[in-house]
Write a protein that binds this ligand. Sequence first.
Ligand code: BG6
Length: 474
Amino acid sequence: MTNQTFPKDFLWGGAIAANQAEGAWNIGGRGLSNIDLLPHGPMRQKIKLGQVPNPQHIDGEYYPSHSGIDFYHKYKEDIALLAELGIKIFRTSISWSRIYPNGDDQEPNQEGIDFYHDLFKECRKHGMEILVTLAHFDIPMGIVRKNGGWRNRQTIEHFTTFAETCFKSFSEDVKYWITFNEINIVLHSPFSGAGLSFSEDEDKEQILYQAAHHMLVASAKVVELGHRIAPHIQIGCMIAGGSFYPYSCNPEDVWKSMNDERKNTFFVDVQAKGKYPYYMKKFFEEKGINIDMEQDSEVLKHTVDFVAFSYYASRTSVADIETVEKNEGNVVVSAKNPYLETSQWGWTIDPLGLRITMNQIYERFEKPLFVVENGLGARDVINEDGTINDPYRIDYMQQHMKTMLDGINDGVPLIGYISWGIIDLVSASTGEMSKRYGMIYVDKDDQGKGSLKRIKKDSFYWYQNIIKGSETEI
Ligand code: BG6
C-alpha cells in the first residue's frame, strides 16, 4: 500500500553549521579556522579553490564568518524558535578550533566544550534530537599552516583526538553524528573543504586525492572510536548528492555521466562498503596518482551506520562541455539541463531528482539514508507590516517532499529530512547573507549590517503544519 503521509517517527529537522552561524570567531578561546580567511567578495572564490597559497588575513576585507548570525550568543533564542517550529532534530557542527584552537593542542579548550554542552542541553530540554557534523568546512589554521591540513597524514591523529573529545563530552545528548560534511566537495573546493591550497609547481590531483584518502581513513577511525566509546550512537557519512544525468543518449555522454557519478560515490563506497572500488584503483593507476593505502585496508573496514546527503540539484554530464550551455551556478559545474528551471543563483531545481538520487544511493549501499540538507536560496523582502511572504520557498520544499515521499514508498528507508539554513545564515559559496534559505529571517545584510533580529517567515508556519501532520497539501 502507498503511504500518503510520512512515517510517525520520521525526523523532521533544521540545520545550520558552526562556520556559517556562530560568529564569535575569536571569543571563548576559539582559534583561527580556515573559514575565517574567506572574505565576502571577489577573492573568496580564489581562496576557496586553493588558488591562493597560504592565505592570510587581508586588511579592509569583510569576513562574514567572524560574526555569522551571532548564534554563539543567541542560541537560546534560536533554539526556542526552532522548538516552536516543532523540529524533531537539530543539525549543527562543532567548530574544531573552538575545541582545539590550534588543532594539535595537548588539552582541549574547556570554554568551547562548555558552549556545546550548554547548547545541546538546551536542545534536549526542548525534546530535540541532535545531529552533529564533526567537520563542516572547518579545520584549524594552526595545523593548516604547520603541516598543510588534510594533505598531511598527521591530521588523521589530530582529528581523531578532536572526535574522541566530542564523543566523550557530548554523546549522552547527541545520538546522530556525521564525520565530514559533503566529503566529496574537497575535490571542488579544496581550501574550504580541507584547508588545501596549492603552489603552481605542485601536482594538484595527487594532493587532492591524498587528502581525500586521509579524510576517509580519519572517518573510518572515528566510526570505530565512536562505536567503542558510545555504542548507542549512530555515525554516518555524507556527500553533496544529486545524480549526474547524461545530457543525451549519446553513449559518450552516458559514459561521462557514469564517471562523474563515480567521483562522488567512491567516497561512499569506501565509507559504507569499507574499501576502494575497482574503478578508483584503475583511475589512480591511469593518472599516475600514488596513494599509500595498503596500511589502511583494515581501518577502512569500519563502515558507517547510515548514508546522509544534501540535495539541492541534479547535474548534467556531457562529453564535450564546450558544445553546450554550461550551468556555472552549482558548485559542481555541469551542462545546463534544458528541461529544468534554475534558482536566482543559477542552481538547478529538480524535485524528481531527489527521488532518483534516493533510489540510486540506496540501491548501491543498502544502508538507511538521511536527507540532511535541502532548501532554496532566495532573496526575501520584508513587507511594511513586518511579515515575510516566501511562497517560492514553500513551493520548492513541497515539491521536494512529495518526491521524497514517493521515494519512501519506493521502499527506501529514510531516517529524516533536515531543511538547510533553517535560520538565515552566511552562504558557504558566496559569503552573502542575501542568499537566504531560512524559515526564520535574520536582519543582516551582505556587508554585515543589521540588527540581527529574527522574524518568522510564512514558510515557518507552513513547515510547522507539515511537522504536526496537519498540512494536507503534500
Ligand atoms: C552545502 C553546504 O553545500 O550547501 C552548506 O553543506 C551550504 O554549508 C549549502 O551553505 C548551501 O550552499 P550555499 O553556497 O548556497 O550556502
